[in-house]
Design a binder for this molecule. Structure first.
Ligand SMILES: [Ca+2]
Ligand SMILES: [Ca+2]
Length: 87
C-alpha cells in the first residue's frame, strides 16, 4: 500500500483489537453475506466515530479492496484496520 492509503486510515484508533473489528464488521453487515458494501462500510465508520463523506468512504473502500470486487471482506477489513493500528 502507498503513502496515500496510510493517510486515509491514519485516524483509526490504535486500540481496536481483532475481536472488536470482527464485532463491528458483523454488526454492520446488514444482509449477512460476510462482506461490507460501500453503504455498510459507511455505517461501520460512522459507528466508530468517523463521519466519512461518501467520497471518502469510496476512497477507503478502494484502498482496502485487495481483490477489486467492490466489497470489503472481513480479511480486507481487518487488514485495513491492523495496518493503521500497527504503523
Ligand atoms: Ca453485506
Ligand atoms: Ca474485496
Amino acid at each position: 500500500m502507498g503513502t496515500s492509503n496510510g493517510l486515509i486510515f491514519k485516524c483509526f484508533p490504535a486500540s481496536l483489537t481483532e475481536f472488536e473489528v470482527a464485532k463491528v464488521f458483523k454488526n454492520h453487515d446488514k444482509d449477512g453475506d460476510g462482506r461490507l458494501t460501500k453503504e455498510e462500510l459507511k455505517s461501520a465508520f460512522k459507528y466508530l466515530g468517523y463521519k466519512f463523506t461518501t467520497f471518502r468512504v469510496h476512497q477507503a473502500l478502494h484502498a482496502a479492496d485487495d481483490n477489486c470486487d467492490d466489497v470489503i471482506s472481513f480479511e480486507e477489513m481487518s487488514k485495513l484496520i491492523m495496518y493503521t493500528a500497527g504503523s
